[in-house]
Design a protein around this ligand. Structure first.
Ligand code: ADP
Ligand code: MG
Length: 594
């Protein structure tokens, strides 16, 4: 038998490569737009017909190509971006595989013209299914135009595999967004069947996001900023109260490249823990800058997946940065200093004289209550605040924190476990232990973030001998413990910890159980979560010092518990994500008495 192995002809190899790189019109959009960015363009126009099935055209004002380079650009493994394997770990460009144009030309009709600033004439090339049909000199502005027509014209199976225009256009728009968000300093326009869908002038990131998703979005964003030796992180997260039921705006960019990373996503979820209702998804636009040496981008042909050398650190840093941005759960309105005030008022309104606004007082407004996550069935806030606990702002500052309680709801304790409170519209049954955990947890965190550490001296300092694992935990948490109000002294000779003071939130008789709880925090977990040591600590402290199930509460204590709970940022869930209270509405009662 004769030898059987032969090399595949180029156009076949290119078609095979195209199978990986080009799945749909959106893939063409991505490759062409990335090439325009690599060519230093400042204005990139995307034109589509029939969701890109009949035409995807990208016009840029970048550096262009010579006639020879234009011909070369369509060869497989032809690239100007890397010359040797090591370059893969010092990438500054989007492209590097040199296969996009070859792949596209193998499965479509391509018409390109390009001109460098130093050339008088532009070069044009027409290729159909890898075959050069025409090559010319033409008159054209500086930059490059790629028109990709009749995608998959020679592979009917793949053309039939394409979805409806609506679906394909959605994919294209997603791709367009990813690039437009990554490069807010560039001008992007997008037209579909002649109609302009986007015109995004150069902007800062916040306004670019607003330009794409609507002006209202800008107010929902909280900036994230973190600088460490491993990575620099910046961008925005969407405030938890605007989280969506659908996985909406979730964007990670590593060195300005959009990537998909379940791993990083998990870090974000962990940072949002306790802030989102079940079934809601966080929104984020996060940029990570990393040394290219510590990344591998070349693990997937579309380059949307990435391998990090130091995954664990990045995870911890990201999580900590987001927690920090959430202000340890004290998400406050953000002032946008670079916002153009003219954008807020429509032109017609700018002409008319300003009206003096009528003063409206919202008697139920509680400045200590952030707009929370919406509960599934009813709005507890309106339920609870409208009539019974009407609170008004006090004139004199410092007077009872500016709050005055006018009337109190009725409360009683049930089974030494629940506190029942009635409002005008419903009955609230509150789990006393979980409610108190939530209250203490937020107080501990608040002390930490305000860097206040009210401490009380112990009359009789307590000494504890630590075993090696307790010692490790102690060393890990020492700073956080101090900033929470503990006064501690460790004697390395005898491995003895002396407790001289404790946070005012704790009771003296709790010292030993408190320290024992802290020192038995799982060391392994402690190491993995070292970046949120304080959060972990606040949880443990809240759990240990909270009112427990079974404790009989006085009327006053019950009332305080209810008040304090609803002054919390997140009164719905305990720090361990358990339901704190249930409501029974009039309708629910009526149904039962039916
Ligand atoms: P890669 O981007 O991986 O290098 P491509 O097949 O996408 O491979 O492009 C091949 C080469 O063609 C690029 O390396 C670049 O030199 C050139 N090129 C492609 N698009 C443009 C453009 N819009 N402007 C200037 N040069 C371009
Ligand atoms: Mg490319």
């Amino acid at each position: 038998m004769s030898d059987k192995i032969q090399l595949l002809p180029d156009h076949v190899a290119n078609q095979i490569a195209a199978g990986e790189v080009i799945q749909r019109p959106a893939s063409v959009v991505k490759e062409l737009m990335e090439n325009a960015i690599d060519a230093q363009a400042t204005h990139i126009q995307l034109l589509l017909k029939e969701a890109g099935k009949t035409l995807v055209q990208v016009i840029d004002n970048g550096e262009g190509m010579s006639a020879t380079d234009l011909r070369m650009a369509f060869e497989r493994h032809a690239t100007s971006k890397i010359t040797k394997a090591e370059d893969l770990f010092a990438l500054t460009t989007k492209g590097f595989r040199g296969e996009a144009l070859a792949s596209i030309a193998a499965i479509a009709h391509v018409e390109t013209h390009t001109r460098r600033s130093e050339d008088e004439m532009a070069s044009q090339i027409i290729i159909e299914g890898s075959e050069v049909v025409q090559q010319d000199l033409v008159v054209a502005p500086q930059g490059t135009s790629f028109a990709v027509k009749n995608l998959f014209f020679n592979i009917p199976a793949r053309r039939n595999f394409l979805k409806s225009n609506t679906v394909e256009l959605r994919h294209v728009i997603d791709e367009f967004h990813r690039i437009a968000i990554a490069y807010p300093q560039l001008h992007f326009t997008m037209l579909h069947n002649g109609a302009e869908l986007f015109d995004l002038p150069p902007e800062n990131l916040r306004r670019r996001i607003a330009g794409i998703f609507g002006a209202k979005t800008a107010e929902k964003l909280v900036p994230v900023e973190e600088q460490t030796s491993v990575t620099a992180i910046n961008g925005f997260i969407v405030k938890p109260e605007f989280a969506k039921k659908t996985r909406g705006h979730q964007y990670f960019f590593v060195n300005n490249r959009f990537i998909k990373s379940p791993f990083l996503h998990h870090a974000v979820l962990a940072a949002f823990e306790g802030l989102l209702q079940q079934g809601y998804h966080p929104g984020y636009f996060l940029f990570l800058q990393l040394d290219p040496k510590t990344l591998d981008i070349n693990i997937h042909p579309t380059k949307t997946e990435i391998k990090f050398e130091d995954e664990q650190s990045i995870y911890a840093i990201l999580k900590a940065a987001i927690k920090h941005a959430l202000g340890m759960f004290q998400v406050t309105p953000v002032l946008d200093f670079d916002r153009d005030p003219n954008m807020d008022v429509s032109y017609s309104q700018q002409q008319t004289p300003a009206k003096i606004p009528a003063i409206e007082v919202d008697a139920s407004f509680n400045p200590f209550r952030a707009p929370g996550v919406k509960p599934k069935t009813i709005q507890w806030e309106s339920l609870y605040t409208q009539t019974e606990t009407t609170q008004i702002e006090s004139e004199t500052p410092g007077d009872d924190l500016g709050l005055e309680t006018i009337a109190q709801p009725k409360v009683f304790q049930l089974l030494n476990k629940y506190v029942v409170s009635s409002t005008h519209a419903a009955l609230l049954v509150i789990h006393q232990q979980r409610a108190h955990e939530r209250i203490l947890y937020e107080r501990f965190l608040k002390n930490l973030s305000l860097d206040q550490h009210p401490s009380q001296q112990l009359l009789f300092p307590v000494k504890m001998k630590l075993n090696p694992s307790e010692k490790a935990v102690y060393e890990n948490y020492e700073t956080s413990l101090t900033s929470m109000g503990f006064e501690l002294e460790f004697d390395f000779e005898s491995d003895t910890l002396e407790i001289k003071g404790i946070p005012v939130l704790c009771q003296q008789k709790e010292v030993t159980p408190l320290l024992e709880a802290v020192l038995t925090i799982d060391t392994f977990e402690a190491v993995a979560e070292s970046f949120s040591a304080s959060d972990r600590l606040a949880k443990v402290l809240a759990q240990t010092t909270s009112i427990k199930t079974g404790k009989v509460l006085s009327m006053l204590e019950q009332q305080a518990l209810v008040d304090d709970l609803f002054a919390c940022k997140e009164p719905l869930k305990s720090p361990f994500n358990r339901q704190i209270f249930i409501t029974l509405t009039k309708e629910e009662f009526d149904q039962k008495f039916n």
